[in-house]
Design a binder for this molecule. Structure first.
Ligand SMILES: [Zn+2]
Length: 592
């Protein structure tokens, strides 16, 4: 390319919407919205912050974190190489930029995601940085504004990235309790684990014009349903029509809308506190303030990471090591005991309760009251089946939003009645269908996760078969998490991971090994507290013995929780899920 051509390329850019050739400076002046067709181009986090906050008010929060490669993940490239490349190309330390600032004179804490950095994926560092921003909002008693742009959880960090959905959600729950406003601004695209947690469990959800949001991505839904998707599926207007966002906002109005919402809620808080709202601060000259912001944003972000010390070798090595892919097949075995089997063999007197009270009863989730060694408990679990007819009737254990809302209702009921909750997790994932998206799958999962972080009653979760991503976590934020020996628990299916990071799905066995999804691996990572051994062979070879062992493990873990006061339980549960953000990784020898 000649120098002139290169210069021309820097000056002009082509609109992705109408293909018009646009003068870059003019486009920027128009907030990167095409003046011809209104297409909203994606923004990086620094530019987004410039557009939203009062000039001169931006105070970036530290992004110094230990280097993270917690599961030593390698696909065709080692994960650290991908991180280094993302840092070099974006100039950012991670996929989120966090700061405090004022918007229209109202102080806020902000976390703004950047899709250019590994698809805005949610890993341990991103979860930690957003959580710290929420904690800063709590300390300063100011609202939290999140601007999301993400393909979902970061699969290179395995189940630890899944845990970030709980970590950030509990920080949002703390702001709810403190009466502090949380706002998320959905930008294009917001999917997967981010959509199913902090993008949708905030008080207010704004969608920028042109943004798409959903739990499952369009490609996955097309693959699963084999159907073309409806026109405008998952777009901001679709979300508004289906009651999933408060408003759709053009970029040029976004700042003004935030100012109005912040003003209204601040007035309300001040009225409750019995004093008038603090008047807006009077700012200095606009030019000076812009210069300040540029200085703040241009500061070398770099990796600037401290290398974590070598962690101690993991305890509890297993003797008989089964290949991870064999374990995946074992966990999916059609004869493997289901939740209803366990309700019959482990519990007594199960009384099933139905319905979400909003219009549905999802067959993929069963729940109700039962007795465990004479004690009353609320049991909620995914139900698969043994025959094809059963599996179809139960939607293969893939819960719809109605299923998640039924589970939520039963969790809350249990807390009100003082019953402990036992969950049995066995799902390939939440239902990735068109109507599930229409009915708010992401928000349904997000609300369950948030509620479980603060549920004032003991919660004991068991991964009995497949623990598939957000759908599993929606029942697995618990005081103790147990896992049957041949169960798996993963941020993404090995097939899905292989399709994205390897050339194709045939690499699923390699992906299964890389994801660290087996019970012993997850125990070492602290995601799971205890492995429940299965009889020789596997659970389905001796269901009675499996039930016997599960019952013993449930009792051993549940009884100590019954004596802990609810407030203490919640505090300990929060600590359990708070520590994943700062995880330093496992030793290289310990996980194979
Ligand atoms: Zn255009």
């Amino acid at each position: 390319m000649t120098a002139i051509a290169r210069r021309e390329e820097l000056l002009w850019s082509r609109c992705a919407g109408c293909a018009s050739l646009l003068y870059r400076k003019r486009l920027r002046r128009n907030l990167d919205v095409c003046p011809e067709c209104g297409e909203h181009a994606r923004l990086g986090a620094p530019e987004r912050l410039r557009q939203l906050v009062d000039p001169g008010s931006l105070r970036p929060l530290s992004d110094l974190l230990p280097e993270a490669d917690p599961i030593n993940f390698v696909d065709v490239l080692p994960y650290p190489h991908r991180l280094t490349a993302a840092r070099a190309s974006t100039g950012l330390a991670e996929a989120v930029v966090c700061a405090t600032a004022t918007i229209g004179g109202h102080p806020v804490a902000l976390a703004v995601m950047d899709f250019r950095f590994l698809g805005g994926s949610l890993g341990c560092a991103v979860g930690e940085l957003i959580t710290r921003t929420a904690e800063r909002a709590l300390d300063d008693r100011i609202p939290l504004v999140l601007v999301t742009a993400s393909g979902g959880a970061r699969m290179q960090e395995g189940a630890l990235s899944l845990m970030q959905m709980a970590t950030v959600s509990q920080a949002i729950a703390a702001l709810r309790e403190a009466g502090l406003l949380t706002v998320s601004v959905l930008t294009d695209p917001t999917y997967g684990g981010v959509a199913a947690s902090f993008a949708t469990n905030t008080d207010l959800v704004l969608a920028e014009s042109g943004a798409r949001m959903g739990f499952a991505g369009p490609r996955v839904i097309r693959q699963v349903t084999g159907r073309a998707l409806p026109e405008g599926f998952q777009t901001a207007d679709f979300l508004l029509r289906h009651g999933q966002v408060d408003m759709v906002v053009q970029r040029r109005s976004l700042r003004g809308r935030l100012v109005a919402l912040l003003a209204a809620t601040r007035a309300g808080r001040a009225a409750r506190a019995g004093h008038p709202p603090v008047p807006r601060q009077e700012p200095a000259s606009r030019r000076e303030r812009l210069a300040d912001d540029d200085a703040a944003l241009a500061r070398p972000a770099g990796p600037a990471v401290a290398v974590a010390p070598s962690p101690t070798p993991g305890a509890g090595q297993t003797s008989a090591v089964r290949d991870a892919w064999d374990t995946v097949r074992m966990a999916r075995h059609p004869a493997r005991p289901t939740t209803l089997d366990y309700l019959d063999s482990v519990f007594d007197g199960f009384v099933e309760l139905h319905g979400d009270r909003l219009g549905g009863d999802c067959p993929a989730i069963v729940g109700g009251v039962a007795r465990l060694a004479g004690r009353h408990v609320m049991v909620i679990g995914h139900q698969k089946g043994h025959t094809t007819a059963e599996l179809v009737a139960r939607n293969f254990g893939m819960a719809s939003p109605a299923g998640h809302r039924k589970a939520l209702r039963l969790m809350r009921l249990a807390a009100r009645l003082g019953l402990p909750v036992v969950t049995l997790v066995d799902t390939p994932g939440a239902d990735p269908g068109v109507s599930a998206e229409e009915q708010g799958q992401a928000a349904a999962i997000a609300e369950n996760i948030l509620t479980l972080t603060v549920l004032p009653t003991p919660v004991l979760a068991v991964i009995t078969g497949e623990g598939g991503s957000g759908g599993a976590l929606a029942l697995a934020v618990a005081d103790r998490v147990l896992m049957l020996e041949n169960a798996v628990y993963s941020v993404i299916s090995p097939e899905g991971c292989a399709a994205i990071l390897w050339p194709d799905r045939s690499a699923a066995p390699q992906a299964a090994r890389a994801l660290r999804l087996t019970a012993p691996d997850l125990c070492r990572l602290g995601v799971v507290d205890e492995v429940v051994p299965e009889p020789s062979g596997a659970a389905h070879d001796d269901p009675a013995e499996t039930a016997h062992r599960l019952r013993a493990a449930l009792l051993a873990n549940l009884l100590p929780l019954l004596d802990v006061p609810p407030a203490m339980l919640v505090r300990l549960r929060r600590q359990r899920f708070r520590r994943f953000g700062t995880t330093r990784g496992v030793n290289r020898a310990g996980v194979r």
